[in-house]
Design a protein around this ligand. Structure first.
Ligand code: ADP
Length: 301
């Protein structure tokens, strides 16, 4: 079970004076239950890539399949495959439009043709999941919420459709640190408790290294690196720099210490882990000059 891209390219405005090659030769398999981070400089092709995952954009060449079904078809099977992939765009709250929060979240599930009882059940569950209790929020206007809450409503609208794969393009953009922590805590819970596959595009290396088990680095419309966050951030610094990216601050700190001869374990993604490695290294320092023997001993001589 996976989303599979084979030899995918995408050219915007093909044949026009504005022709732009946005993706070339993409071969990728995104497996069920993975938490994949996609990073890359602005213009490297991240958004174009993820819009192929649910058929929003069609490849200029190549194929995209979801659980073995090609998204290129027009039949019921291709439609069902596209629906298995939920997409949360940048600033998804810009797409809220209904008068109440519950109606907005119900829009997607209703469009799927589910009966009203199921729709209501899914709306309640999604609201509970994003921390907006139904009783308190259902009949309120989405436009009177804080930025973070509006975004949670927008995400709930996608979660309510129960996608197997959830693609999020910069879901924390523009949020304050609290809003950002909350969004990521919910995405993590969705991955851990409901086993939703998460594909997360982010500029923030720290978030990616903390959350994702696999990182894909995009550069000039192609996949430049694909591997475990620690491997990418500690062993591929030159390629990252060539792609205009910097490893997360924790990795940079540990590697700077090593450049100064510290011989420290660089396998940390969280500040606490890095602190533990630094502490461990400090306790291995050459012993301090021997302490003078206790007074009693000296007197005894
Ligand atoms: P990223 O998400 O990494 O910033 P994009 O996928 O948005 O990258 O863009 C990849 C390339 O395609 C860029 O050069 C961008 O200017 C171009 N591009 C993106 N969207 C369009 C579009 N609708 N029309 C023409 N070119 C586009």
């Amino acid at each position: 079970m996976s989303i599979c891209l084979r030899e995918v390219s995408h050219i915007y405005g093909k044949g026009s004076p504005y022709e732009k090659v946005a993706l070339t030769g993409i071969d990728l398999e995104l497996h069920r239950h993975e938490f994949v981070g996609i990073i890359g400089h602005t213009g490297s092709g991240k958004s174009t890539l993820v819009q192929h995952l649910n058929g929003l954009l069609t490849p200029t060449t190549g194929t995209v399949t979801v659980d073995g079904v090609s998204l290129a078809g027009t039949g019921a099977e291709a439609k069902a495959a596209r629906r298995r992939v939920g997409m949360v765009f940048q600033y998804p709250e810009h797409q809220l439009f209904e008068e109440t929060i519950a109606e907005d979240i119900a829009f997607g599930p209703r469009n799927l043709g589910w009966d009203e009882e199921t729709v209501q059940e899914r709306v309640r569950a999604a609201m509970r999941f994003v921390g907006l209790p139904y009783r308190q929020f259902a009949s309120r206007s989405p436009f009177r919420l804080s930025g973070g809450q509006m975004r949670r409503v927008a995400i709930a609208g996608v979660i309510a459709m129960k996608p197997d794969y959830l693609v999020l393009d910069e879901p924390s953009a523009g949020l304050d640190p609290v809003g950002r922590r909350e969004i990521y805590a919910q995405i993590t819970r969705l991955h851990e408790e409901q086993h939703t596959t998460v594909i997360l595009v982010s500029h923030n290396m720290e978030d990616i290294s903390r959350l994702a088990s696999r990182v894909i680095v995009m550069n000039r419309g192609a996949v430049m690196l694909d591997g475990a966050p620690l491997t990418i951030f500690t062993q591929h610094r030159d390629e990252l720099a060539a792609a205009g990216l910097e490893p997360p601050p924790v990795s940079r700190l540990l590697s700077a210490l090593n450049e100064r001869g510290w011989q420290i374990d660089e396998s940390a993604v969280e500040p606490d882990e890095a602190a533990a490695h630094i502490k461990a290294r400090l306790t291995r320092l050459p012993a301090a000059p021997a302490a003078r023997p206790p007074k009693e001993t000296r007197h005894a001589r």
